[in-house]
Design a protein. Structure first.
Lengths: 324, 291
């Protein structure tokens, strides 16, 4: 088989099947735990759990891009914002049921991703990063200045948004969906193609991987997930406005979650989200201090633990196993 | 339709501001060309220069233009430990780690400004910032003309530094091939440190000029970073004359955008232009200096 030998030079990309099944189990166990915990939680706990799940979805999507595909995006906010605005529009103008409106909001976020891809994939790495940042800033400025979508004041949901516990179940469903998608994507041939591009685009292209197509699929898929998360956020707030929905804090938080948790690792987004949401809750009264501290932790993790907290723990674990 | 005077003045303003943009872009371009560093904290260094100049004027009474080189030198010195501690240890680990580290620096600086100086909108207030200069039907604020002249001189000085001095030779050698330069006895680490400082100084001096012409807040940096980056891409990385032309072109396009769509769209036009250039002509406007 010639195709076999093609993948041989990237052994890292092929974890043992048993280990893969093991790591894939973790998120599923978490989803089940979320289902069981739902009815027991207080309003405050529901609120926190909701934020945690929102960030898990976003971080999973960002991890697909940056961790598996090597495409570090600074445009998270644009897809969250588009998802939120699309959701509000779909509910207000078309009166669609939530089960249809949320995936449609995801599609609305995936479309501009497909449009912009030609610009941002033209050159490698850094142009993608800066291009996505430019896109997010441009969208925020446009939404604040253009009157058609409520301008700087934003738009309100005309009907009452669903209650906290309903939102919780929607979030659980979205997390479950994201988990299934990510498990399928990360354990399939597609993941190997994507990681081969991350590790060496020239070599991968030489042996027949199509960089543009593979990256486009990852980008569109990630934007779809981010758009749905944005839809959830707009439901939670009952309104959308440019500085919140397109705010750079989405980009910063999601990026720090994945880098702190462990980029390119299946459990990274989950661990990172718990860490960042907990830190945010501890420092809720000091937003500027919180962000400065996040930046500092980011720098330290990049320098001393490039594989994040999960990488740190697994390395220590393996070390001990090896010594015994 | 606005009158000829308004259109003419606006376009001239754009060209003049474009000169300042080429100065800030040059700082970004040098760091990118020589060290392969995308300095995502460039905007915050720029705003840092503006704050420095603001407080120098307020407490020491130093005029921003006279103190320009002082601010540049101060920022260059402040930037040295940043490079030593944060960027240098990551060399050889690809472009992503230093870029994300600078993103972390950008978050930290922005929030430190917020904590230290509050979110208030500020401007470096001078007599020439507000007073107009009239030449026939065309009227522009004096600071635009001063900013343009100062920027052009600085860009020219940096051009001389890079093309005519021993340091410039080492810089060009490190840029072309760091390993070969090191073999030939160039202290690449030192060149990188000084390059980073030079980039920071450009940002800070540009920030002084922009902070005098416009208002600024702790979070103004991101837009300037992106506009500067757009100019770098448009002009070609490491191409000084290309950067100068691209900066002026960017200023002109922004002014035209503001004229047609409204002042709120000034930066929006710049960013859209950037995305268009990435899509259609990522090697920039000139063939020279393309990578």
């Amino acid at each position: 088989m010639t195709t076999r030998s093609v993948y041989a030079p990237i052994p890292v990309a092929r974890p043992a099947a048993s280990r893969l099944r093991q790591t894939a189990m973790v998120p599923f166990v978490c989803v089940i735990a979320l289902c069981l915990a739902g009815p027991l939680l207080s309003d405050y706990a529901l609120e926190i759990a909701l934020r945690l799940m929102l960030y898990i979805i976003l971080a999973e999507a960002w991890n697909l891009l940056a961790g598996y595909g090597g495409m570090v995006s600074l445009g998270t906010a644009s897809f969250v914002g588009i998802g939120g605005y699309a959701m509000t529009g779909l509910l207000n103008k078309a009166g669609l049921p939530l089960a249809i409106a949320i995936p449609l909001a995801g599609v609305a976020a995936a479309l501009p991703a497909a449009l912009i891809s030609r610009a941002v994939f033209r050159l490698r790495g850094l142009y993608f990063t800066v291009g996505t940042l430019a896109m997010a800033e441009a969208l925020r400025m446009f939404m604040a200045n253009y009157g058609g979508f409520g301008g700087a004041t934003g738009l309100f949901l005309e009907n009452d948004p669903p209650g906290l516990s309903a939102l919780y179940w929607i979030a659980v469903a979205l997390v479950a969906f994201t988990t299934i998608v990510m498990t399928l994507v990360t354990s399939s041939r597609f993941s190997i193609l994507l990681r081969s591009l991350r590790d060496d685009e020239d070599a991968a292209a030489q042996i027949g991987v199509r960089p543009f197509r593979i990256k486009l699929i990852a980008f569109v898929l990630a934007s779809f997930l981010m758009g749905m998360a944005g839809a959830l956020q707009s439901l939670k707030l009952g309104m959308v406005e440019p500085y919140g929905m397109f705010g750079v804090q989405w980009t910063i938080n999601v990026l720090s979650i994945v880098i702190i948790g462990g980029k390119g690792l299946r459990a990274g987004p989950l661990v990172g989200a718990i860490f960042v949401v907990a830190l945010g809750e501890l420092l809720a009264d000091y937003p500027a201090l919180h962000l400065s501290l996040t930046g500092l932790i980011l720098i330290l993790v990049i320098r001393f633990a490039p594989q994040g907290l999960v990488g740190l723990v697994t390395r220590r674990f393996r070390h001990r196993k090896g010594a015994a | 339709m606005p009158s000829f005077d308004v259109v003419g003045s606006s376009l001239v303003s754009g060209i003049l501001l474009g000169g300042v943009l080429s100065l800030t872009a040059l700082g970004l371009s040098i760091a990118l060309g020589v060290m392969g560093l995308v300095n995502l904290a460039h905007g915050e260094l720029l705003i840092g220069g503006a704050y420095l100049s603001y407080f120098m004027l307020r407490y020491l009474g130093i005029d921003p233009i006279l103190g320009l080189l002082l601010v540049g030198a101060a920022m260059a010195l402040l930037a040295l430990p940043f490079q030593r501690l944060l960027v240098a240890p990551l060399s050889g680990k690809g472009m992503e780690a230093p870029m994300m580290t600078m993103f972390g620096v950008s978050i930290i600086l922005q929030n430190l400004y917020l904590l230290a100086f509050t979110a208030d909108t500020r401007a470096i207030e001078t007599a020439y910032a507000a007073s107009p200069l009239a030449l026939g039907p065309i009227t522009v604020p004096k600071i635009y003309v001063i900013g343009f002249a100062v920027s052009i001189v600085l860009v020219w000085l940096i051009h001389l530094l890079i093309t005519r001095t021993a340091f410039g030779r080492e810089l060009r050698a490190s840029s072309a091939d760091a390993t070969a330069a090191a073999v030939m006895g160039v202290d690449v680490r030192r060149v990188h440190a000084l390059t980073f400082s030079l980039g920071a100084a450009c940002a800070a001096m540009g920030g002084v000029l922009l902070g005098t012409a416009f208002t600024f807040t702790p979070s103004s940096g991101a837009t300037y970073l992106l506009i500067s980056f757009a100019v770098v891409v448009l002009g070609g990385v490491g191409n000084i004359s290309g950067t100068l032309v691209a900066g002026i072109l960017m200023g002109l396009m922004q002014s035209m955008g503001a004229l047609v769509l409204g002042d709120g769209y000034r930066d929006f036009v710049g960013l859209v232009l950037f995305l268009l250039v990435l899509a259609l002509r990522p090697q920039g406007i000139s063939m020279k200096g393309a990578r």
